[in-house]
Design a binder for this molecule. Structure first.
Ligand code: G6P
Length: 475
């Protein structure tokens, strides 16, 4: 194995094991945005990617995929249960999303999280060249920056946090709150989605360690009497906007959008929700508002249909099992009360779809509903905007999604306020085309200018600055 200049460490590899008969060498590229974002960097810099191949006990040797070296980290069934489903998705995920679901603090989960983080750190340390760069991704790997720094003081280390960072009053519940902060502070640059997330992080650091923080620069003392600077700053993530724009121009995608509308009985307005089936997404609030609008007679199934795509996610975590039951009961009740032979109130799809199909769906939708109760960014909001070359369509956007900081022309909502949510949905359905176009143009400008390439470029530039500062200091 040759060592790489630049190494990404993420919980998941950028590929999934292909089903029988598909994909080269049994792997296919996973659809995630991060993968697209980093593809050019990986190719330019002879990069490597360390991650879990997505199944229990799958021991695979490092291999080359599309010019990138992939370094699989195996997880046992026990580790998937404790590190991934347990600590990552039943402790950190609910805690960092403002305890929408109750976090569970279990010491055996924490132990597994530490062990697995160490395995990822070791894999990265072995993969990277002298004085190289490692970019760690997301909440599953918060301890990796410090572990890496101890193993390899020569490295420049970045960490990007894709989800929210909570206010101290919530964060302080975490029994391992000091250890997690220390883990993150091992990085030279710690990126967050919103300015507010970076602020919450810096406040937690001040409260627990009394370190000096100035304009996001935190002086972190090391054990040997030296210190390093960690920069905590917002780098809002984005999408490959150009790709969505181009897909939306394809005649076959546009034809498919028309076909989708026809399949739904050509209603006057199609409302759309697209989410992983997760309690942070506010799917229940959205269904409640729509159900009441039908109940009140402010909309009818002949005129308005809600399409809800809820892709399966973390299906063995109890909170997700419960949520699915609640959502499916609610959908069935609303449909039972309001459907006619020709029209359905809600078309509910518990499935994931390829990107082209999603773009067709975005083009078919008059109103996009993003009603997250808390969300790091919400890329679906940006994807919808990027596909609307026609400047039509209305985005209803929760103020609790990171995207709200950038998409000022969306119709902003507090999804907890059901009455206002209902009024906003009506306002969206009835919005004149000129108003739609004005708002859409300004949102498109933002998303096309700040695409995912701009995001990774700005993060990597901050890492370069950190490296230069370190070199100056040791000279
Ligand atoms: C969020 C997280 C990612 C995660 C994704 C899918 O976007 O920020 O780190 O990969 O959800 O969740 P999963 O548990 O399937 O990886």
């Amino acid at each position: 194995m040759t060592q790489a200049e630049f190494v990404v460490v993420a919980n998941r590899l950028p590929v999934d094991k292909a089903g029988p008969g598909e994909g080269e060498d049994g792997w296919r590229r996973s659809p995630g945005g991060l993968v697209t974002a980093l593809e050019p960097v990986m190719k330019e810099t002879d990069g490597a990617w360390v991650g879990w191949p997505g199944q229990a006990d799958l021991e695979v040797e490092p291999f080359d995929f599309d010019g990138t070296q992939l370094i699989p980290v195996a997880l046992s069934a026990d580790e998937i249960e404790k590190y991934y489903e347990g600590f990552s998705n039943d402790t950190i995920w609910p805690l960092y999303h403002d305890v929408i679901a109750a976090p569970r603090y279990r010491r055996v989960w924490w132990d597994s999280y530490v062990r697995v983080n160490r395995r990822f750190a070791e894999a990265a340390a072995n993969a990277v060249k002298e004085n190289g760069t490692v970019w760690v991704q997301d909440y599953q790997l918060q301890l990796v920056p410090k572990m890496l720094r101890e193993m390899r003081p020569d490295l420049t280390i970045g960490y990007f946090h894709h989800i929210p960072f909570p206010a101290y009053g919530l964060y302080s519940q975490l029994p391992w709150r000091r250890l997690v902060l220390e883990g993150l502070l091992g990085a030279d640059v710690i990126g967050f989605q919103r300015v507010a997330d970076a602020g919450n992080f810096a406040r937690a650091v001040r409260r627990l360690f009394r370190y000096e923080t100035r304009a996001g620069r935190i002086t972190v003392p090391g054990e040997d009497g030296t210190a390093h600077t960690a920069l905590a700053k917002a780098f809002p993530i984005s999408i490959a906007a150009e790709t969505y724009m181009e897909l939306a121009k394809k005649p076959e995608v546009q034809a498919r959008a028309k076909e989708i509308r026809e399949g739904l009985g050509n209603p006057k307005a199609i409302l759309l929700g697209v989410d992983r089936l997760d309690y942070t997404k506010g799917i229940r609030h959205r269904l409640k508002a729509f159900g009441e609008l039908l109940e009140d007679g402010r909309v009818t199934v002949d005129d308005v249909t809600l399409v809800q795509v809820a892709s399966p996610s973390r299906e063995r975590v109890e909170a997700y099992v419960q949520l699915r039951d609640e959502i499916e009961l609610t959908v069935a009740r609303i449909n039972g009360d309001h459907d006619t032979f020709g029209h359905s109130a809600i078309r509910y799809l518990h499935q994931g779809y390829p990107r082209e199909e999603m773009v067709a769906l975005f083009l078919a939708a008059d109103v996009m509903l993003v009603t997250a109760l808390r969300d790091g960014m919400n890329l679906v909001a940006k994807e919808y905007v990027a596909t609307r070359n026609d400047n039509r369509g209305v985005l209803v956007l929760s103020e609790f999604a990171g995207a709200a900081d950038e998409l000022g022309s969306a119709l902003k909502v507090n999804p907890h306020d059901i009455d206002t949510l209902k009024d906003t949905i009506i306002q969206a359905i009835e919005m004149p085309e000129a108003d739609q176009a004005r708002r859409m143009r300004s949102m498109r400008k933002r998303v096309l200018e700040h695409d995912v390439k701009a995001w990774s470029d700005s993060f990597l530039a901050a890492l370069d600055d950190a490296r230069a500062a370190k070199e100056r200091a040791t000279r």
